[in-house]
Design a protein around this ligand. Sequence first.
Ligand SMILES: O=C(O)CCC(=O)C(=O)O
Ligand SMILES: [Fe+2]
Length: 679
Amino acid sequence: EIASFAPTLVEQHAEGTSQEELQELLGTPYFELYSKGKDAYLDEEWDRCVWFMEKAVMVHKHVAEHKFRCRQRCFNQSVEPSFNGHSTLQMMRKFMKRAACNDRCEQDRLDGMRWEGVNEIQDEMDARFPYDYMQLCYYKLGDLQKAAGSAYTFLQMNLNHNIMRTNIAFYRQIEAVQQEWFRDREKNDWKHKFMDGMDHYLMNQFEDARDSLEAALELWYEEYEKCRSSCERPNNMVIKKNDLWLSLTDRYVELLLCRRNCIVRMSHIEGRFVEQLLANMFHYLQYVYFQLKDYPNVMRNAATYLIFYPTDPMMTQNVDYFLTLPWASEDMLEVRPKAAAVYEVVELERKLLLDIQQNFGDEYVIDGLQGNAWYQDEPNASPPRPNEEEEEEEEEEEEEIVEEWEEKVEPRVTRDARYGYNMPGVTLVKGPRDLKGPKRMVADGVASEEECKMLSHLAKGGTEGNGYEGDKHVHTEFERFDGLTVLQAAELAKRGRVSVDHAEMYLNLSNKARRYVHGYFHMKHQLFFTYTHLVCRTAEPYSTDDRTDLSHPIHADNCHLLADGSCPKKLPAFTWRDWSAILYLNDGFKGGEFIFAHKNESVQSSVQPKCGRLVGFSAGEENLHGVKAVLKGRRCALAMWYTMDERYNEVEHYQARKLLQNLKKHSTKPSKERPKEEL
Ligand SMILES: O=C(O)CCC(=O)C(=O)O
Ligand SMILES: [Fe+2]
């Protein structure tokens, strides 16, 4: 029995679990181990916490591996010829044989360990939550090496987890902590090979680069299959459809959604989300083979890259160029079969989901199906190419496309469909095409009605006699402009003027918005807050309906727009701002639309503020914008500016979070809290 585990085992912590221990654990499902680990954590029993968490991770891995092997072994089932010509029967016969085979296989290999628990727990395991707990428990035990390793391992799957980033920063500044301790304990072999490949590639060691990248590719396929197979998991939801085919559809949609996520999960490397990782391998290989003068392979890999991005200007130019060379011919443009197969299946599954969405749109929220599943963006500019001269042409091309947006009704490519991002409860309402510019979006549902109310209330806390002086009429004499930063909010909470929960909601919602913008635009790098401001614009009683001024003049957020239309990226502009987002908190005022505008102030597109609506855009002169006069009432919004440059990371967020944590610690029972969790 696990409950009475031998305390001596605790000393051994994680590594090297013996065969006997494994035997002992047989019969204990990993979700039970995991939940015992959680209990131990809450009881502040740190050694039990790590013991159970380590075992949960181990058993989970063991189970996953064997389930995968069983599914592989049972995949192909032959059906008796007598079923020929009865397609449903034939298919069902196949499924039933497969199910029986699987069942037998799992029973043989896994015995009592096969039960998986609820999906939520499996998701938590997949998202490496046990490492989140272990990080703290190891730290409490004084094992900095394992704490740092756990923190690092967790972060690899939770890139936007700021608290863990802060924890890692904390570990790094401890002198005894060594660089090698930040090790991804779950790093798959394909990642190692890929990193090796990149190293060789950068050092112009092309033979080694080829070997590593080809090996990484094979391992990637293997891991990808495992991920997809793990989606064939039990379902604990009550099946609500009473029609057989609807129930089957329901289950299958769930499977497809899980599988789609595999591409995302297979695109994390060293704490980064790498877009189009699979396709990029072919891009690199194309170049490597060119250097090695292995021309058939140059063509194969170029052709393979192009199935993912058929119109990629860089690669089409490369191919055109190759075709002018004596060794090349069209028939060498063969697509690599495994890649073609992966691509084809993903596309078919996307079509199924699209169809489901059209038929049952209300029941399933499936975002981001318009583009292909590879999250195509501008194809990654990083891999160099054989002929280096086209840099400028490429930029011109990009500009042309933007121009087209503005001028024509029917754009050449539906570039607004390139982005796809899922966040529960959030729906995209306008993309680049509606808003008439590539790096623009509007989404609804980022904050609930209740959250909006609380934040608007919080905004008042900042203004009523709390001494935030300054010019109350920042942009126009007809409106009062007042605001509250995250740290000011936390300080108000400290003084008891607002509740800790409200201040915390401010932080959490701003993080949610940041994550959405980051995800929606599929940024390759981390996005930091650089300034966060909860602001209200209130029409003065003497404001009139025939005002011609703006609430916020047309401007760009990171450059200084001059009268001649130029926009130098110099002081006094906030040149380090890369992206902007505004989360609206209310409607019910008069005027106050957000507008994207031309230099001459003519309106390109506009956004009507309302609770939970988020507008996001890149912060440069490509996105001139402003706010129309608020003629009557009060308009509140959470305005955020983000940067890629860590040096401008808004420290207030960190300070505010810490302050609030301390406040909570002293007001509630600390031991039952998970202090490091964010929304
Ligand atoms: O409140 C808004 O809608 C936009 C505000 C804005 O553009 C800014 O503060 O830079
Ligand atoms: Fe702005």
